[in-house]
Every structure is written in structure tokens, then in C-alpha cells.
Design a protein around this ligand. Structure first.
Ligand code: FAD
Ligand code: DLZ
Ligand code: SF4
Length: 507
């Protein structure tokens, strides 16, 4: 009777080890080809996960656990989870598997088949890397006409007690976003991001990734990610001390060559298990209580973690698998090559693709209001957009990527996640960034070959999707403005948009 404790590459915590018999049970981790290629992940993401897995397994071995670790280049490696479990069952005469609820529906399907396939007990334990369980979210969502993050967030504040004075929010308000969202000031001195030099384990992984996945989109080096929990905690500490004070104010600001801004850069580590959401939120609360950061910054950050992060995961498990095929606006265009090449005259897109390629990272507003906004306005098919986002970011897993793309960016769920589309013209990008200053297009021009494409694409989007959007109360004002626009002007916009979109393949 031997139990196999399966730990996947994004579950690198000790929570599955509770109650383990160190002498008789085996902890199992496997590097498999399928996980690196079901979409062609950015090489930095593959290196992060493989190096993190190897460091985690080494730490467990050093503390006396029996660890079985299968390397990617093991000649017997079958290349997928099911094949590797089958081999491990034979190797160790396994009669029971204990694992954690996975991050992706696709993997849950696999796990559910294992019991029948292998004829042994599979125990799937809840994922303690989240504050709210899947069941808790569906009870909250049950019978609600609208699911709004803000109300779920308040429940999470009450549940955790974070920034609470009894039953009231700290400072009297739940949300301080009105004080956030400043354009970038010209004299910002942005701290350097955390860097961690590759050790021997990481260097081996980098060599492997170069050989096997060097052809995937993205630069592998320089590779500076944390690959242990200890280093991930240093990233968190550095953020709390150096960046959090300005996080709120400059949360939406974008600057050329500055993808890191005042963001936390912890999504990589939260999503692979190195950091836990409560410890990150508690660190921000403590900094506020010690008078080191203003309330708007602490609250804004805590809301991202216990609000948005938990909310999108709740939506994912509530709505899968149907959620994956949503396409409310019937968008059908192929993803333009510029998302891979970065070759376009639109400087904002060029800069955001460049940051993504170099770092496997772009911050939220780059993802939402530049890359996402363009995909929405251009009417790109949600499948194509989802595949791109899942491939290119080192913090991407379907539970978080899909709701952000299908719901927040593409409005493909018809408004389940976001109450209106996050569509914007060039004026927004001009206000929140310095991109327009070095662009071939003119952000102030509305139509014509020199005009910023976001300007006519924005109105074309509203015209094209009028039937689906005009009844949305939050769109009433803009459709009222559109109704007053002369027919000839609308026609010019539509023609400019057609011309631009028809040529998009080569941009
Ligand atoms: P910060 O801006 O410093 O925020 C702190 C933390 O809050 C993040 O690490 C993250 O855990 C959480 N958070 C903030 N916003 C969100 C959100 N909308 N959804 C979930 N968590 C959030 N996040 C991912 O973790 N993985 C993804 O694959 C991913 N894909 C995205 C795709 C699109 C189109 C958009 C618009 C957003 C996506 N996000 C994703 C959310 C967000 O952009 C990233 O979490 C964030 O940029 C990570 O960087 P950071 O750690 O510096 O975050
Ligand atoms: C992302 C990833 C990669 C690249 N490789 C592995 C791997 O070799 N072994 C593993 O256990 N996990 C890997 N992962 C993370 C998985 O893709 C992730 O666990 C599932 O997508 C479920 O969220
Ligand atoms: Fe982007 Fe338009 Fe500004 Fe150019 S002018 S950077 S295309 S928003």
C-alpha cells in the first residue's frame, strides 16, 4: 500500500504534504512535454516552472521526503501527466494517489479519468492557494442577477478582516480607485525590478529550454525570475518597500521601456504556489498600518489580490467548460502577425509586444487597454486572442487568463464579468502613456491615413456591434453621441476601419 502525492508545476506549496507518512509515501513531480507545448509557452515561463519545480523537489528531498522527479529529457518520459502517473504506479506499486484540484479544466478532466483507467483511488484535495473555495464562490453567485467583483470583494474583505474596522471598511470607503489612475509624471524614478542570478539548477534548465523550446516566441535571457519561495518572498518585500507607496497612483500609467512600473511582479509566484494570497495582502495591510504607504495604495493592491484574482477564478470554475467557447460579439478575425512580430507603425502596440517578448510580462493596462483593446476593436476571434495570452505571459494559466481575455477584454461572455466593454480610443492611451509622442500616427486625428487607428476603430466597433451593445445601460451615453453623428462621418469611419483592417495581415 503506497500513496503517490502528485504535485504539479503550479502547485509548489506544502499544503499537499499534510498527514504524509515520510517513510512510506512518495512525492511525485514530472516534467512533461505536453505542458510546455499545449500552447507554445514563452521560453521564460517554461524555464521558470521547470527551475521552480527542480528547486522545490530538491528542498523536499533535503528535508527527508521521498521524492520521485522525472526530468523532461529522461528517455523513458512519455511526455504527459497520464503516461508519467502510469509509469510511477508501476515503479512504486502505488495503490492511492493524492493530488490537489488543478488550475485548468483540461487537467481536471485528466485527473477524473485516472481512477477508472488505473483502478486505484484518486483523492483530489481542495486548492488552498486561494482564499475562496470553488463552492464558496458558486454559493455567492447563486441566484444573483449580476456578478460584480466589487460586491464579491467586500465579502472577501469581511471574510479576511483585511482593512476592516469591525464591519466597516478602513477609512469609510471600500474602494479608493478615484484617487488612483494618474497619468505618468515626467520625473518618475522607478525602482529597478528584483533580479536573481541563475544558479546551477537554473543554468541546466536554461540550456534545456534553449535546445527544446528556443523556437517559441520570446527571449529566454536574461533570466532573472525567482525560482524558490525564499526569493519570491524577497520580491514581495521589495515591492512593499519600494513600489507599493506609488502602486495606486500609477497603476494605469504606461511608459516606454518600463513594463515593471510600480506593479508587484508577483503573479508569477502566486500562480505557481510560492506565494500565498493572504500573506501578500497582509504584508500590504501591515505597511499601511505602520504608516509606510497610503490607504489608496494598500487598498488598491489588496483589491487586486483578494478581489479580482479570486473573482476571475470563481467565474472560471463556475462557467467552464462552456465559457471557453463564448463569442457574444461574433468576432471572427485572425490574430494579426504583429502580435508576434511587433512590427507595426502603431507605437503603443509595438512597445507592448516588445515588453512581452523580452520579459514574458506586461502590466495590466498594457494587457487590457493596448493589446486587449486592439483585439476587441479589430474583432479578433476570442480563441486566437486566448491562445496568444496563454502563450506569452509567465503568469498565465487558463483559470486566470481565460476570464480576463474572454470576459474582460473581448466582452465575449456578453457582460458576465465586466458590465461594459473596455473599449477606448487613442485619447485614453495618449493620456496614460508616452507612446503617442513617438508614433507615426497622429492621436488627435480622427480619420484619414495619418489618424490614430484606435480612433476610427473605436467608433467602427460601436457601429458594428450596435445590436448587441446599445441596450446596455452603461453604453447609453456613447450610443446617444453616435446617434448624433452625421451619416457621412459614420461612413468615413467605417471606410477607414475597413481599409485598415483589410491591410492588417501585413502590419
Ligand atoms: P499587479 O498589478 O501588481 O497586481 C497584483 C496581483 O493582483 C497580481 O499579481 C495578480 O495576482 C492580481 N491581479 C491583478 N489584476 C488581476 C486580474 N485582472 N485577474 C487576476 N488577478 C489579478 N493575471 C495572471 O495572473 N495571469 C494571466 O494569465 C493574466 N492574463 C491577463 C490577460 C489580460 C487580457 C488581462 C487584462 C489581465 C490578465 N491578468 C493575468 C491580470 C493582470 O494583468 C496580471 O495579474 C498582472 O499584470 C500581473 O502582474 P503583477 O504581479 O505585477 O500584478
Ligand atoms: C506550465 C507548466 C510547464 C511548462 N511544465 C510543466 C511540467 O513539466 N510539469 C508540471 O507538472 N507542470 C508544468 N506546468 C504547469 C502545468 O501546466 C499546470 O499545472 C497545469 O496547467 C494546471 O494548471
Ligand atoms: Fe497608439 Fe494611436 Fe498613440 Fe499611435 S497614436 S501610440 S496608435 S494610441
Amino acid at each position: 500500500m503506497t500513496t503517490l502525492r502528485l504535485i504539479l508545476g503550479d502547485q509548489l506549496t506544502h499544503s499537499l504534504l499534510q498527514g504524509i507518512d515520510k517513510q512510506r509515501e512518495v512525492i511525485f513531480l514530472c516534467e512533461v512535454w505536453e505542458e510546455a507545448t499545449y500552447v507554445k509557452h514563452h521560453p521564460k515561463k517554461i524555464a521558470l516552472i521547470l527551475s521552480a519545480m527542480r528547486h522545490f523537489a530538491a528542498e523536499l528531498s533535503q528535508t527527508g521526503y521521498q521524492v520521485d522527479y522525472v526530468h523532461l529529457d529522461n528517455p523513458e518520459n512519455s511526455g504527459n501527466f497520464t503516461g508519467e502517473i502510469a509509469r510511477a504506479i508501476t515503479r512504486h506499486k502505488i495503490t492511492r494517489i493524492v493530488c490537489t484540484f488543478p488550475g485548468e479544466y483540461r487537467v481536471l478532466q485528466m485527473m477524473r479519468q485516472w481512477q477508472q483507467r488505473f483502478g486505484i483511488t484518486i483523492e483530489i484535495r481542495p486548492d488552498h492557494r486561494f482564499i475562496s473555495s470553488v463552492d464558496e464562490f458558486s454559493s455567492w453567485a447563486n441566484n444573483k442577477k449580476q456578478l460584480r467583483m466589487e460586491f464579491f470583494y467586500r465579502q472577501m474583505r469581511r471574510k479576511t478582516g483585511l482593512l476592516m474596522q469591525g464591519d466597516e471598511p478602513e477609512g469609510g470607503q471600500w474602494n479608493y480607485d478615484a484617487e488612483n489612475r494618474k497619468p505618468p509624471a515626467s520625473n518618475l524614478s522607478i525602482p529597478k525590478p528584483f533580479t536573481c542570478l541563475p544558479d546551477e539548477i537554473t543554468q541546466d534548465v536554461l540550456n534545456l529550454v534553449t535546445q527544446r523550446f528556443g523556437h517559441h516566441f520570446g527571449d529566454l535571457e536574461p533570466f532573472n525570475f525567482a525560482v524558490t519561495r525564499a526569493d519570491a518572498l524577497s520580491v514581495l518585500q521589495q515591492f512593499i518597500q519600494e513600489r507599493l507607496p506609488f502602486f495606486g497612483e500609477y497603476q494605469d500609467a504606461m511608459l516606454t521601456g518600463e513594463p515593471w512600473m510600480y506593479h508587484a511582479h508577483i503573479g508569477f509566484y502566486l500562480n505557481c504556489g510560492f506565494l500565498l494570497p493572504l500573506e501578500c495582502a497582509a504584508a500590504a495591510e501591515q505597511a499601511y498600518q505602520q504608516g509606510k504607504v497610503p490607504l489608496n495604495a494598500a487598498e488598491g493592491f489588496i483589491r487586486q489580490i483578494i478581489g479580482w484574482r479570486e473573482f476571475v477564478r470563481g467565474i472560471y470554475w463556475l462557467k467552464m467548460p462552456e465559457y471557453k467557447s463564448q463569442n457574444y460579439l461574433q468576432a471572427s478575425r485572425k490574430l494579426p502577425i504583429l502580435y508576434w512580430s511587433g512590427q507595426t507603425k502603431m507605437n503603443c502596440l509595438k512597445q507592448c509586444v516588445k515588453d512581452t517578448k523580452e520579459h514574458a510580462y506586461a502590466h495590466h493596462i498594457q494587457r487590457l487597454m493596448v493589446l486587449g483593446n486592439f483585439a476587441l476593436l479589430a474583432g479578433i476571434h476570442p480563441d486566437e486572442v486566448n491562445e496568444w495570452y496563454l502563450s506569452v505571459y509567465a503568469d498565465a494559466y487558463e483559470w486566470v487568463e481565460l476570464p480576463n481575455v474572454t470576459g474582460m477584454v473581448m466582452f465575449a461572455d456578453g457582460g458576465l464579468l465586466a458590465s461594459k466593454p473596455y473599449a477606448a480610443s487613442g485619447a485614453y492611451i495618449n493620456k496614460m502613456s508616452d507612446y503617442c509622442q513617438s508614433c507615426s500616427y497622429k492621436v488627435k486625428e480622427k480619420t484619414g491615413s495619418d489618424a490614430c487607428p484606435f480612433n476610427y476603430l473605436y467608433w467602427d466597433f460601436l457601429i458594428r456591434n450596435k445590436a448587441q451593445l446599445k441596450h446596455n445601460p452603461r453604453m447609453a451615453m456613447i450610443y446617444n453621441t453616435l446617434s448624433k453623428m452625421p451619416e457621412a462621418q459614420q461612413q468615413t469611419i467605417v471606410n477607414d476601419a475597413r481599409r485598415f483592417l483589410d491591410e492588417l495581415g501585413s502590419k
